[in-house]
Design a binder for this molecule. Structure first.
Ligand SMILES: [Zn+2]
Length: 296
């Protein structure tokens, strides 16, 4: 997406990886091909690859700049992370940090890091490997973790590395714990307010402490929706959870409530995995909603 400028605030999308991703029948346990057919007039070719049928997705960070601070929202997979359970993300080497610098931002410049939740593709660049240990990438930043989210993973992850299973277990030790040990983590509640522009909103279900972030500037509302939904088809079909949702019923309830709010307030929506141009709105359509990309 192009740089979004809202008065004295800007938002940019820093992409780590993008392209063909999951088959929809894998990602959505309730997948029904007739739903895709019904909505393909707006899903193709932008959000679904029409040859393979695979979902087009992206992993990216949002960079919010205000006159007072720089805030990163979600930090992707990261480099050098050992993810044996997920080969595509294992020991990844990519130019994310150089690309951040090309936006004119050094690691020292970042004031806040917000993780909408603590899944593996949202915490990776929290840390870098330096002199044999994982250290915070952003030495001057406060990393805002939702307390409920942090405590959930802390309680559910085995202290024995050999007993861990799955990338979401693997990432806690190298991408979350070092931030806490460095004294840079701030555990906050779901109604946390960074300033008059930027505030948290609870959206539990995908994970217990999942939050969305609301930005207000220049007379516009922007919703950073994390993994409240993984793909635009869930705007049309909010009942569909991803296979990674921890509490399916709660995830559904949060999705319905937040989508209605986005539509009613005509919010600009920035999800964590929607393909380029990424920016869009939730607009009424027949019985429900659809996602309308905003290209400007
Ligand atoms: Zn994700």
């Amino acid at each position: 997406m192009k740089k979004l400028i809202l008065d004295d605030v800007s938002v940019e999308c820093l992409v780590e990886s993008a392209g063909k991703s999951f088959h929809p029948e894998f990602l959505f346990p309730d997948f029904d091909p007739s739903i895709i057919s019904e909505h393909e007039y707006w899903l193709l070719p932008r959000f679904i690859d029409h040859v393979s049928g695979r979902l087009l997705m992206s992993i990216h960070t949002y960079v919010i700049r205000t006159p007072d601070y720089i805030c990163l929202v979600d930090t992707c997979v990261g480099n050098c992370k050992q993810r044996p359970s997920t080969p595509a993300w294992n020991d990844r080497q990519g130019p994310w940090l150089q690309n951040l610098k090309s936006l004119g931002i050094s690691p020292e410049d970042v004031d806040y890091v917000v993780c909408t939740h603590l899944h593996v593709d949202h915490v990776g660049w929290n840390t870098v490997f330096r002199d044999g240990i994982w250290v915070p990438t952003f030495p001057n930043a406060r990393y805002l973790f939702h307390r409920i989210e942090y405590e959930f993973w802390q309680e559910n992850i085995s202290l024995d590395p050999a007993a861990r299973s799955g990338a979401n277990d693997e990432c806690f030790a190298d991408s979350v714990t070092p931030v806490v040990q460095a004294g840079q983590a701030v555990l906050v509640e779901s109604d946390h307010v960074i300033d008059r522009r930027l505030c948290f909103e609870a959206s539990p279900g995908h994970t217990p402490g999942h939050i969305c972030l609301n930005l207000q500037s220049g007379g516009k509302d922007v919703a950073f929706t994390g993994d409240l939904m993984h793909h635009p088809i869930q705007v049309a079909c909010p009942d569909w959870n991803s296979r990674f949702c921890v509490d399916p019923e709660l995830a559904r309830d949060s999705r319905y409530a937040y989508l209605h709010d986005c539509a009613e307030k005509e919010k600009l929506v920035l999800a964590a995995h929607f393909a380029s141009p990424t920016l869009g709105k939730v607009v009424p359509e027949k019985k429900g909603f659809r996602f309308a990309a905003v290209d400007e």
